[in-house]
Each structure stands twice: as structure tokens, then as C-alpha cells.
Design a protein around this ligand. Sequence first.
Ligand code: SF4
Length: 307
Amino acid sequence: MKKIILAHTQGFCAGVSNAVDVVNMALEKYGKPIYVRHQIVHNTWVIEDFEKKGVVFIENIGDVPNKSVVVFSAHGVSPGIYKEAQDKKIHVVDATCPLVKKIHRQANRYSDRKMPTILIGHKGHQELVGTSGYVDKEFLHIVEDVHDVDKLEIDENESVAFITQTTLSISDTSEIVDKLREKFPNLNKRPKNDICYATQNRQDAVLELAKESDVVVICGSPNSSNSNRLRETAEKCGTDAYIIDSEKEFEFEWIEGKSVLGISSGASVPRYIVDQLVARVRERYPLIGVSEGEDVEAGIQFPLPLV
Ligand code: SF4
């Protein structure tokens, strides 16, 4: 093993960075316990760290005492959850990513226009569950993969809208949208998808990385959609690719007889996870070189929500 290359763009995106800051600000302002609905971001270590500081993660608003402080995660929630919180006089700190909120507004507009709306994403993923709540049930259709397009029961001559989850694979999503266009000549004309800049940049960076590496390792938790898509993106290039939640899961046999190890991480992964992996590889290969290109997202920030 001669070299480690770190993907030039990886780790926390602006939405995740805000969500983490917001929980810290809420802890500082209100003291513990702070409740957070759903995992604030899909990363084991971020969650464990917050639990140690006095954050309680819950799935149901019913499990929170009246008048407490609840942070909504970066993935967003449906309108029904805001209503439940209001009924319990809960102080809501909303860490929903602004890019997800934009999609919620778009979903609302389609339902106002009574358009059948196809949501492309992973059933059960928090973002999709939240966004579904902004589409009138009568008009909602969920598509997970290209085969689901054939099963859609919508009149082919209708004006049909589509929306995508922000963390999908760019190539798989294009395939689905192309198939939708074939089936529905009146599919709405809009950007190709709602995949966010962070997902796009991390997938682009991992494509470059996979071409230069013999093996790619992605740091990310098993439930992180965007991290799993990074592993698949590297694999589609024909490069062996693995996903690990921490450096302890790294297997040295993956790099036996190989020269270049590429490392990246999902948008919900703190940088220290990558640094710990590099340190572990360096213990075995003390002379190994490490290179990293320029982060294309340097300076991107979203305004922080009110706490
Ligand atoms: S991955 Fe994209 S949509 Fe999700 S929090 Fe980050 S910037 Fe927002």
C-alpha cells in the first residue's frame, strides 16, 4: 500500500452542520433534557455524542412531556407532526434542511393543482415520510426503482408531477425519470431531480476517487442513504468498495497487494471518523502518503434557524 487519497469533497454538508449546531445551541439555551425527533442526522457517533450530553431521541411526539423543547431533524417532518407539537404546547426548534423545506413547498403546490405526484425515494426513509405528508394522499404515488414505474396506476395522458429524495443515486434516478417521461408525455418539465448539491458533489468526487483507487472505503452509518449511495457509486466504476461505521470495522485484507486506498465519507459523518481510519492505516504503513484535493464546497453555509 503506497498511497491514501481522500475525496476532495466529503463529510458534513451545510444542512447537517446546521442541524448539529442547532442541537448544541438548544442544549446551551434550555439545558437538558432536549428532545430530538428522529436521529438528528443518520450517524451513530453524532447520536452517541448527543446522548451523552443529555439529548433524548424519540420517534413519537406523544413520548415527549407537554411544553418541552423538541428539535426536528434535518430530514424534515410532515405537517401532522407540527400540529401534534402545537397541541402539546411544545417549543419546536426546526432543524429541517432548507433544501428539504423547498421540496415540501413544491409538493404542496402540486397538490393544490390536483396533480398526481410521484415521489421517488426509499420507502420508510425519514425524508420521504416527511415529504409524503405535503402531498394530498389522493395524488400520492411512491416509486423506489425503475420497475415500480410499470406498476403506476395513473392515466398516461394526465399532467403528472415528480419529486425526488435529496440523497439518491444520480444515475439510478435519471433512469427512473427517463422511464417516467416515456410513460407520461405530460410529465412536468422541471430540474432533472431534487438531489441536493451535497449529494451531487460527494458522488462526483467519489467517481473521481474510484478511478484513481484500487479500493474505496466510505465512512458512514448503515442507515445513511447518501453514504450507501457513495459506496454503490464507487462499485459501479468497477472498484472494490466498502462502507464502515468506524475505523474498527476496516479490514486490512481489503488492501492486501493493492497500491491506492481511496477514502470518502457521507454528508452526516464527522471528520474525526475519517481521521481515525487514516491513523489506523498509518499504524500499519507508517510511510504511506496521504493526499486530498480542494473541497468544492468551502464556504457554503445555510442561515441557522431560530432556537
Ligand atoms: S444532504 Fe442535502 S438535503 Fe440533506 S441535509 Fe445535507 S444539504 Fe440538506
